[in-house]
Design a protein around this ligand. Structure first.
Ligand SMILES: [Zn+2]
Length: 216
């Protein structure tokens, strides 16, 4: 199976759904993580080009840990674009990747880059993917970034927590190790309680069908 996961910034896919990505990789599926930006705005007092160099290298290390392939959409952190050219570029990525399942941000996230990422993904999914390709939204930093969201599906991540943590901690510039237990760890435990497992990641499924259109 071909899995396509979109994230606005390096570390969003890993912290949001790194356990699920690892489970796909362990199952032998081909997983592409498409980063919309290079995290140019994500390191204080660091020039954008240098921040991109550091953060793309951290993301590549994280992807090696998870056993997935990074791909870059080459927009700029904090300055993401939503226009016809970008929609068409995303269609081309979807045609090349040919995903069997798609994951992206929730369109109401507080970060505008996340909303742009979700809009590009939804548009390409509707235009390119067939009716049997599901799209799921993942959550990040619940309470500060993802709001008005409840999962429809859960993945047990109890056996892959070490890989998820290691991939998240690979983003050294983001100091994730300092906040992991209080932020991402609480989310994993909450979703685990809902799922009846020690730990889980939650997902919200878009209306089944390629575009959400009713089949009439
Ligand atoms: Zn982000």
């Amino acid at each position: 199976m071909k899995v396509l996961c979109l994230g606005a910034h390096p570390d969003d896919p890993e912290t949001g759904m790194g356990g699920t990505l690892r489970r796909y990789a362990l199952a032998g599926d081909s997983v592409t993580v498409l980063y919309l930006t290079g995290g140019e705005a994500g390191i204080a007092d660091c020039p954008p080009d240098e921040a991109r160099r550091i953060r793309t290298s951290e993301a590549e290390a994280a992807c090696r840990i998870l056993g997935v392939s990074p791909r870059w959409f080459a927009q700029v952190d904090g300055d993401t674009l939503l226009n016809r050219q970008e929609y068409e570029r995303m269609h081309e990525v979807f045609r090349e990747e040919g995903p069997d399942v798609v994951f992206t941000h929730w369109p109401q996230d507080s970060h505008r880059d996340h909303r742009v990422c979700a809009a590009l993904a939804l548009d390409a999914w509707m235009a390119v993917c067939g009716p049997d390709v599901p799209l799921y939204h993942y959550e990040v930093m619940r309470g500060t970034q993802t709001f008005c969201w409840q999962p429809t599906d859960w993945v047990d991540t109890s056996d892959v927590l070490e890989a998820k943590r290691a991939a998240s901690f690979a983003h050294v510039s983001q100091k994730i190790a300092e906040v992991y237990d209080e932020d991402h760890g609480v989310m994993e435990r909450l979703r685990g309680l809902e799922n009846g497992t020690r730990s889980a990641e939650g997902f919200l499924r878009q209306h089944p069908g390629a575009s959400g259109r009713l089949p009439v």
